[in-house]
Design a protein around this ligand. Structure first.
Ligand SMILES: [Zn+2]
Length: 278
């Protein structure tokens, strides 16, 4: 989800600003890029939040982005119940931290979202061997974090967006994680599983479904599977078939995967961190 709520009440994020005031400054005061922080959670959300926090997997996503591109900012990625909205990239903020540093943008993940992810992954992985619930939920949240980072990067680098930004942010997540040995296709597959369970199959669609800025959950699910299949059509041929990705769509996925990689490589090329700058 993305919003340009310029007037997000500063009181809402004041706590977050204080939490980030102590974020370690990097050498020579170079911007730190994305900085993950876990705050306080209500009791009901602590189990899910604990799984995500202890994994260290969110900072791994941030570290990957920080290492690959030269980011001219320090942006908090807050996991806590302090702000109810999210997952969301918030921009247009005007918060001053305890150290006087300005925070104008942040990414927020509230506890109830982590809980919903855990419940959906649990439901979807029932009877599935080889993937633990913990691994599934961490992988799915990594994908969503990469999606929010995609919004942030589009905004901060003022990248051209041809088509729906929500689809572009999904594409960034797939581009960053799917074929990356540090993360892998389970990120996109777990996200697809969660979106599958979010799909409004048991109710009538209403106008809000059609007017939403996101593609339908099931469209996103098939898109994620298409990218995974397209990233290695031999390895993932089992995705195609009656219960998976329809053959008609699968035929396009290799090209779709190459297109999205070429597009992100092109728009991010001017921002790639050179060895001398690292
Ligand atoms: Zn979004």
């Amino acid at each position: 989800m993305r919003t340009r709520v310029a007037a997000v009440a500063c009181t809402l994020v004041a706590g977050a600003a204080a939490a980030f005031a102590a974020a370690p400054a990097s050498a020579a005061d170079e911007p730190a890029g994305f900085v993950v922080e876990f705050g306080r959670f209500e009791k009901a959300n602590r189990h899910a939040a604990g799984i995500v926090r202890r994994s260290g997997a969110m900072q791994a996503v941030a570290d990957e982005v920080n290492a690959r591109w030269s980011l001219p900012f320090t942006m908090p990625v807050l996991f806590s119940d302090q702000i109810a909205d999210g997952p969301v990239f918030l921009t247009g903020l005007d918060i001053t931290g305890d150290d006087g540093a300005k925070i104008t943008s942040l990414i927020n993940f509230p506890g109830p979202f982590l809980n919903i992810q855990l419940e959906n992954v649990r439901k979807q992985l029932k009877g599935v061997k080889g993937v633990t619930v913990r691994r599934g939920v961490v992988s799915a949240v990594q994908f969503v974090l990469a999606h929010e980072i995609g919004h942030a990067i589009i905004h901060e680098f003022r990248l051209p967006v041809l088509g729906k930004e929500e689809d572009a942010a999904d594409g960034f997540a797939a581009y960053l994680l799917t074929a990356n040995p540090k993360f892998g296709p389970l990120t996109a597959i777990s996200a697809a599983a969660v979106w599958d369970s979010l799909a409004p199959m048991s109710r009538r669609l209403d106008e809000s479904d059609f007017s939403d800025e996101h593609s339908f959950p099931r469209q996103r699910m098939y898109q994620f599977l298409c990218w995974v299949y397209g990233s290695d059509t031999k390895r993932f041929r089992a995705i195609v078939g009656r219960d998976g990705l329809p053959r008609q769509r699968a035929a396009r996925c290799g090209r779709e995967w190459r297109e999205i990689n070429a597009a992100w490589d092109t728009v991010l090329a001017p921002h790639v961190r050179t060895p001398a700058a690292s």
